[in-house]
Design a protein around this ligand. Sequence first.
Ligand code: ADP
Length: 210
Amino acid sequence: MKLSLRQEQIIELVKENEPITSEAIAKELGLTRSAIRPDLSILTMTGILQARPKVGYVCVKNSNKGPKNSEIRNIKVKDVMSEPVLVKEDTPVYEAILTLFLNDTGTLFIENEGALLGAVSRKDFIKMAMGTADMHRVPVGIIMTRMPNIVSVSEEDSAFDAAKKIIEHQVDSLPVVRLELLRGKEVPKIVGKISKTTISMVFVKLGENE
Ligand code: ADP
């Protein structure tokens, strides 16, 4: 249902001042009580507002909203992450493109002894293909986006925060990393990935469970 501007204003007033009488609402809007009566009837009939006798109008809290929102925030990265496709820094670009196709993925992560070094995506390969460099010789390490410029998440982060990072940074996929010691040095070990596909799958699952 599309609400009128005045109905929206009434809802805002009630939210800020509840409980509030119809006289007070009318006064705030510079209108008469009878002018806003039809709006108040619509808003109470549709269950948006509740009229409490001798008290005034209050907003009906959307009982669906709380649990569903928290359900989304409770899903952890570790519960939905998938296997990342990994290649070494010295892999020739041509071979990396084959790996991309064979694994039906859009982003490859570059690692050394499990430690994340970078990421390479379709656009990086297209850029490379537009140049004159020999993709059988050039290693993927030359064209990858390198740490520390990689946006990542940890297993304990929420899938919701991962989705926000994907949108904010305009990337298709995030590596899931866990800090581990490698020869006395703390390195980001890659343990999974969260992609736009992962988020779509979570979204569909939530819809099905509704
Ligand atoms: P596509 O190339 O298919 O559009 P992206 O939008 O994910 O894929 O990649 C755009 C650029 O961002 C590429 O240069 C890629 O190397 C880089 N990139 C990919 N994933 C990440 C990430 N998680 N953090 C930082 N940069 C990334």
